[in-house]
Design a protein around this ligand. Structure first.
Ligand code: FES
Length: 189
């Protein structure tokens, strides 16, 4: 991503003790910096585990302007996948949530397992000799490396480097603990 040409000094100049400049809310360069420096590097809450209890259940979310699928895989683990077909970039689903056996792209009908791995391509021999062979990792749905759950609350982080979720949550964990511990439901207590 192109990093906008706006300096930290310039941004700091927009904040005064008793007011902030409206440009902080409207400037597209500052927005891009926020996406790159804040929202891509932070753990972002995407769903609660109770929303995806069964293998194949999924929710979609926007994280730093990326469309993301959070899905319960067949081994009960939770995967986070970019909602983008690796073939030509088509969005796989526009649904906010649902249940699938596989994710099937509506364009050329490639289908993907709930861990993102490519399962099938119609007319597969048409791809012979191309880079689009099933053993090419790039033909799988791209995974978001960082997905963790705390007391059933699922978070993802786009950047691979950074603190673990529990460290990042810090004292905010006590608020989640308090809320979950007082819940009349038994889920993940
Ligand atoms: S764009 Fe998805 S299968 Fe071709």
């Amino acid at each position: 991503m192109k990093i906008p040409a706006i300096s930290i000094d310039e941004i700091e100049g927009l904040v005064e003790p008793d007011r902030v400049h409206k440009r902080l809310y409207t400037d597209s360069d500052i927005f891009e910096l926020e996406m790159d420096r804040v929202f891509s590097k932070a753990w972002i809450f995407v769903c609660h585990e109770s929303q995806i209890p069964e293998p194949g259940d999924f929710c979609s979310a926007q994280v730093a302007r990326q469309s993301v699928l959070v899905v319960r895989h067949t081994d009960d683990s939770i995967k986070a996948l970019y909602n983008r077909c690796p073939h030509k970039g088509t969005q796989l689903t526009t649904a906010a949530s649902g249940h699938v056996r596989v994710f099937r792209c509506m364009y050329h009908a490639w289908s993907f397992d709930t861990d993102g791995s490519l399962k099938a391509r119609p007319l597969a021999d048409g791809y012979d000799g191309s880079r689009l062979e099933t053993d090419n990792e790039d033909c799988n749905l791209r995974r978001i490396a960082c997905v963790e759950s705390y007391r059933g609350f699922v978070f993802v982080r786009i950047h691979t480097e950074g603190p673990e979720l529990s460290t990042w949550l810090g004292k905010a964990r006590t608020s989640i603990d308090n809320m979950v511990d007082r819940s009349p439901r038994e889920y993940l207590r």
